[in-house]
Each structure stands twice: as structure tokens, then as C-alpha cells.
Design a protein. Structure first.
Length: 164
């Protein structure tokens, strides 16, 4: 941003808020031996298991918006820590199903409680989690997340036929 700009762009603000949230969650769950990314994975897995699902790594990747390869890496680290178990899907031998262990369930419940406190703090300026402003904000974020983004294709003849 330059001094002459009218203010931060929405993209810049979303990026800043996402980074602020990631850092806060990282710090909050570190005493439990977790990172923000690991928390996102086990909290999502916890919710899916409560709904009766035993998701594959691919399904969990789709749910969280994380790359499948990154979910695989996180899952291996969480398995090594004794928090999740990875098993072959009996219906698809190429797929790996994930489930929280008993220890993983306990750690996840603790982490969710910690992050819920942060969530409350984050949304307090809007009136709290159940406030009309928060619901409107959530609706706006959902609209943005549902909108497809495709990178623009360069239309510069000097770059045609070259590999970036």
C-alpha cells in the first residue's frame, strides 16, 4: 500500500485477518502440542466423526480446504503423536480413512475449548458470536468463499510459448 492509496483493499484485510487468526490459534494450541493447521484437521475430524462419518484424507482435505498432500503430511504427524489413526478404506484400497484416538479426542476437546474462547474475543467487536452483525459477516464470508477464483491468463504475446 502506498501513502496515496485510499485505504487497504478487501484482499489485504482478509489476508491480515487470516494471519492474525492463524497466529492467535497457533499460540493458543501450542501448549497442547498442536499447530493451527493440526488443530483445523483434528477439529474438523472431530465434527465429522460426531456426525457419524469416518472420512478419508481426501474428504477431510475437501472439507478443510487444505491440499490433499498437506493433509497427508499433517495426518502422519498426528498419527505419530498418537492423536489419530489412519487405516485403509475397505471399499477403496487407495484411500486412507482417519479417526481420532481416545487421546486425540481428549486433546481435541481441550483445543476446541481454547479456540472457542479466542473465537469469542475475535467476534466481540461485532457483538459476539450470536449477534446480527456476526451473522451478516458470516454470510458475506460464505458468499466470498463460494465464489470461484481462477487466475487470469496472461495475454501478453511476449510470454506466449514460454514457461513461467
Amino acid at each position: 500500500m502506498s501513502k496515496g492509496s485510499p485505504g487497504p483493499t478487501p484482499g489485504f484485510l482478509v489476508w491480515r485477518l487470516a494471519n492474525k487468526w492463524r497466529v492467535a490459534v497457533d499460540r493458543a494450541v501450542a501448549p497442547l502440542g498442536l499447530t493451527h493447521a493440526q488443530y483445523s484437521l483434528i477439529a474438523s475430524l472431530h465434527g465429522m466423526q460426531r456426525a457419524g462419518e469416518r472420512p478419508s484424507q481426501r474428504r477431510l482435505a475437501d472439507h478443510t480446504g487444505l491440499e490433499a498432500l498437506y493433509v497427508s503430511k499433517l495426518a502422519r504427524a498426528l498419527e505419530a503423536a498418537g492423536l489419530i489413526e489412519r487405516t485403509r478404506d475397505p471399499r477403496d484400497p487407495r484411500a486412507v480413512q482417519l479417526a481420532l484416538t481416545e487421546q486425540g479426542q481428549a486433546v481435541t476437546r481441550q483445543a476446541i475449548a481454547v479456540v472457542q474462547e479466542l473465537h469469542q474475543q475475535l467476534l466481540e467487536p461485532l457483538g459476539g458470536p450470536d449477534a446480527p452483525r456476526t451473522r451478516a459477516f458470516t454470510d458475506e464470508l460464505t458468499t466470498l468463499l463460494d465464489a470461484p477464483l481462477t487466475p487470469p491468463v496472461p495475454n501478453n504475446k511476449s510470454t506466449q510459448g514460454t514457461t513461467p
